[in-house]
Write a protein that binds this ligand. Structure first.
Ligand code: SIN
Length: 507
């Protein structure tokens, strides 16, 4: 595989050319980068093609990135392959030190990283700051895990034999990430890969490449050697196909929709790649009569409206027991009426734009379908926002299993409330989905807490909490929500292969 002759190549990222643009909002304008990064060079596409990146709040262009394709992806894979032997040979403590330096640079530059994120993704600036801390947490966590990669010495059946098991990095990894968490979804995959001794090729969402490019620039500043991290910007079909077709790529980690996850799985079959897939969800949020109402309201607000409802773990279906239903709905509607909607850079805004006009249309379709089938809008907001880009947060009562909000992931600020009478009914309804990512439930009963938790068919359950996202705990789903676990004490295993060494003591 030979490297392409990129249209532009430089050892350091060129500063933005857009006067008055995003770079001018940054303390360090050098973090606004409009190039891919392959083998330590900041490059354009071989044919000079670019893609526009737009502000979801206004539709205005922020800048461009190279429209990389097969040639650039193959060059990135070759660079990662060339860098692998030296990277895996470095003592784990050295890899850990480099990750810790990267973590420190992320925290030092958190305000700029958050501004880049709000500009391209739309989430409120305070939430973007939260994501930077969350994302950096994976780097610090896996720096620690790098130092703890261990092995086994197994009891042998005879005295003249020893059996050792050691863990080795799997090799070059493809990292394909979504637009909803443009920072944390990258660090959650790249940090364990690097800690394990793997090298990576990242394909960030074409909608949010600047967060990814700034992260990679900070990794370079931290001293992570050239070729260990490569990033190709552009559209998914060509880049994804080159990554899945390559026999050099030994592992693929993807966060995104179940449909694309299934496609990547099919494409990876020919080369038998290891896969980590974090896919769609349809999270139930169950409130029992004996729940602490204040805590349940705080939990559902945090879960449902984080990132304007654009998370795969956000409450999608809210089941409320009959005895507490009316009080819960009244409190939830009041809280939702208090959410400020607008541009994520405006102080106090809690709900930003959705990622695209197509996303707005889909969410609007879910609301219209529910209303047509008998749901009631109890929030009654009339916001002065661009209806092509924003969706006002809404609470719908009278939701039923026949509605799209019950069957599909809405990915927007819509809170459909389903009334139920008893525990078995709630658990059966919660589990009535092909997805199995996250579930939440609120109860004051310890025995119900364990009983229901054991029956919920999801990879993560939150009892009396609306949050399951932490670097210290395994994150991932069952059924059509994916394969593997990210974060936590087992997250690094996804990037390690076991090698068993049988030793005969004959010499
Ligand atoms: C996701 O929506 O894909 C991830 C959300 C999280 O990490 O909390």
């Amino acid at each position: 595989m030979s490297a392409p002759s990129p249209a532009v190549s430089s050892a350091t990222p060129p500063a933005s050319r857009l006067a008055g643009g995003l770079a001018d909002r940054l303390a360090d304008p050098g973090l606004f980068i409009e190039r891919a990064f392959i083998g330590g060079a900041w490059v354009g596409a071989e044919n000079g093609a670019t893609l526009s990146v737009d502000d979801p709040a206004t539709g205005a262009a922020i800048g461009t990135v190279p429209a990389c394709g097969t040639a650039e992806t193959e060059a990135a894979i070759a660079a990662a392959e060339a860098a692998w032997p030296a990277w895996r040979a470095r003592p784990a403590a050295e890899r850990a030190d480099l990750l810790e330096r990267w973590y420190a640079l992320m925290m030092e530059n958190a305000a700029d990283l958050a501004r880049l994120m709000t500009a391209e993704q739309g989430k409120p600036l305070a939430e973007a700051m939260g994501e930077i801390t969350y994302g950096a947490g994976f780097i610090r966590w896996f720096a620690g895990e790098a130092r703890r990669i261990d092995g086994l010495l197994l009891p042998a059946p005879t005295a003249d034999r020893r059996i050792l098991v050691q863990k080795e990095p799997v090799g070059v990894c493809a990292i394909i990430t979504p637009w909803n968490f443009p920072n944390a979804m990258i660090t959650r995959k790249v940090a364990p890969a690097l800690a394990a001794g793997c090298t990576v090729v990242i394909k960030p969402s074409e909608l949010t490449p600047y967060s990814a490019l700034a992260l990679v620039a900070l990794a370079e500043r931290a001293g992570i050697p050239h070729g260990v991290i490569n990033i190709v910007t552009g559209l998914a079909p060509a880049i994804g196909a080159a990554l899945t077709a390559s026999p050099v790529v030994r592992k693929l980690s993807f966060t995104g929709s179940t449909a694309v996850g299934a496609l990547l799985m099919r494409e990876s079959a020919a080369t038998i790649k290891r896969l980590s897939l974090e896919l769609g969800g349809n999270a139930p949020f169950i409130v029992f009569d004996d729940a602490d109402l204040d805590a349940a309201i705080a939990g559902v607000m945090a879960s449902k409206f984080r990132n304007a409802g654009q998370t795969c773990v956000c409450a999608n279906r809210i089941f409320v027991q009959a005895g507490i239903h009316d009080r819960f709905v009244e409190r939830l509607a009041a809280a939702v009426r208090g959410l400020t909607i607008g541009n994520g850079f405006t102080p106090g805004v809690a709900i930003g734009p959705l990622i695209s006009p197509a996303a707005v249309q889909k969410v609007g379709g879910h609301i219209a379908d529910a209303l047509a089938l008998g749901a009631e809008n109890v929030t009654g907001r009339n916001d002065d926002v661009d209806p092509q880009r924003f969706v006002s947060p809404v609470v719908l009562t009278g939701a039923t299993a026949a509605m799209r909000v019950a069957r599909e992931e809405t990915f927007g600020p819509v809170a459909p409330v389903f009334r139920f009478d008893d525990e078995d009914e709630a658990v059966a309804a919660a589990n009535d989905t092909p997805f199995g990512l996250a579930a939440y439930y609120y109860t004051g009963s310890l025995s119900r807490g364990f009983r229901v938790g054991e029956k919920l068919a999801f990879g993560m359950v939150g009892l009396n909490t609306g949050s399951v996202s932490l670097e210290v705990a395994p994150f991932g789903g069952i059924k059509q929500s994916g394969l593997g676990r990210e974060g936590g004490p087992t997250g690094i295993d996804e990037y390690l292969a076991l090698k068993t060494m049988h030793v005969g003591l004959t010499a």
